[in-house]
Structures are given as C-alpha cells and as structure tokens.
Ligand binder design. Structure first.
Ligand code: FE2
Length: 267
C-alpha cells in the first residue's frame, strides 16, 4: 500500500501516522497463536530469566539482552514468570514472523515515507499481559537504534485492540522536532545512557493512540512515546519492527549488533 501525499504530510507533521485495518484480523490472530506457542517454549528456558524493564534499563547489563540482536529470545516481566516480549531477530529467523514482516505491505509504506534501501534491524513481540504488562517509559527509538544521519522508523502493529485501559501508545504530536535527549550505548559488557538534555518532555501535550487490531502505527525515530502498565483484564499484544536506511551509518556503539548476519531488507 502506497501512502497518499496527505498521509505522508501528516506523518511528517505529527511524527506518527495511524493506519487502521492495515493487517487482517486473521493474520493478526495467526501471529498471536504463533507467539503464544513460542512463549511456552521460551518460558520453559528458565536458565535465562532476564527481566526486561524499560523503566530502569536494568536489562542493559545483561548479556542475554546484549547478544540478542541476531537471536529469538524471551524477556520476562518483573514477576519472573510472564514474558514481557520476544526479541530481536524473529523477522529473519522465524518463518511466521518473516512472512508477517515482509509480505503484508510494510515495504511499500517504507518507500512512501522516503526510504530508498530500508533495512529491518529489530523485531519485538510485546505481550503486555493483563495485570502484569509493564510500563514503557517516555523515550525515542533513535536513542536505542542510532544511525548517522537519523533514520529509524518504528512499524507498530496492534495485535489486540489497544486502549487507554490496557496500555496503548501515547505520543506528543510534533515531538519529533524536539532534539533527541539521550543515547543508549554499549559499554563493554554493559550499557550506559548519555543524557544530552535532562529537561522533561512536554507530556501534557501527549495524546493517546488507541488502535483496533490490525492497525499499523508509524513512529518517527525522534518521536517521544510511552505506554502505561496494563491494569485491565484484557491483553494488549503488539508487534514492532524497526527499520533504518541502508546507506546510513549503523553505529558500532549501538547495543544491537549482529555478528552472525547482515541487516536485510524487505525482500
Ligand atoms: Fe519505542
């Protein structure tokens, strides 16, 4: 699907774009079923209980996280038994995720918003289970997936209906024009966050991005976004792909490195 000129203009103005009905319910449910089976497998691998806490970046000191750029791995919630997410290379390693990532129209969207040589750098299946799904604090994706020049765009797909009560995305319209305030980098076997500007984002301007199953939300890499804990009884599963420009310089201090494989495109 090619975007219209007005959709591209809206993305450039707001830093995000919501595209309802982008993915069919049946494709979403098939991915959800596959992720559930994968979750069962990964949860049984309790030798590797790594808590993913986007609030305090605790995962940054853990080699399970730092070496996951070319793997399919599970990351737990604080309770140590529910999965927070699966990451970060299912789009290349798993046939079901590969098809979902490459055959359902994302490439045309990427070209519409200006990519010449889009490269898929990261996939995440986010569970945000009822009652335990954690908060993802305000951040920009460029902080974590740094290229020179900046190029990362997030492709976020609602696998369940996302609402304000089960932890939908929130974003600051136009916030991608605020200079990125920090950078998360690899530091040996650990990571460190360099803060350039510690002033808070104007979150009073934030809007909720409620999204029905199958909605695609595009997120500019410099757009501040957030999602709350899921205190509801309803799941809020989502799939995200992060795409960068092939000609942009992928910094060797990014946490995500893929010693065993190159970043591939959509085809
Ligand atoms: Fe993000």
């Amino acid at each position: 699907m090619q975007l219209t000129a007005s959709q591209v203009a809206e993305f450039e103005r707001n830093g995000y774009l919501v595209l309802p009905h982008f993915i069919s319910d049946s494709d979403c449910i098939a991915l959800r079923d596959h992720a559930a089976a994968l979750e069962d497998q990964l949860r049984s691998d309790l030798d590797h209980v790594t808590v993913f806490s986007a609030g305090d970046q605790a995962h940054g000191d853990d080699s399970w996280f730092l070496t996951s750029g070319d793997k399919t791995r599970g990351f737990f919630e604080d309770d140590g038994s529910s999965l927070n997410k699966i990451g970060h290379a299912m789009h290349d390693l798993d046939p079901v995720f590969n098809r979902f990532s490459r055959d359902l129209g994302f490439a045309e969207v990427a070209h519409s918003i200006g990519f010449d040589d889009p490269r898929l750098v990261q996939s995440m299946y986010i569970f945000k289970h009822p009652g335990v799904g954690g908060e993802v604090t305000w951040h920009t994706d460029h902080t974590f997936l740094w290229t020179q020049p900046r190029s990362v765009v997030g492709f976020w797909v609602a696998i369940d209906d996302a609402t304000v009560t089960n932890g939908c995305l929130w974003a600051i319209p136009g916030g991608h024009k605020i200079p990125v305030k920090s950078r998360f980098v690899r530091d040996g076997d650990s990571t460190v966050t360099h803060v350039f500007d510690d002033t808070p984002y104007p979150i009073e301007q934030a809007v909720s991005i409620e999204a029905k199953r199958g909605t695609l939300v595009l997120l500019d890499g410099a757009l501040p976004h957030w999602s709350d804990i899921n205190t509801s009884e309803h799941p809020r599963q989502a799939y995200t792909l992060h795409v960068v420009e092939g000609a942009a310089d992928w910094d060797e201090s990014n946490w995500l490195q893929r010693p065993t494989m190159e970043f591939q495109g959509f085809s």
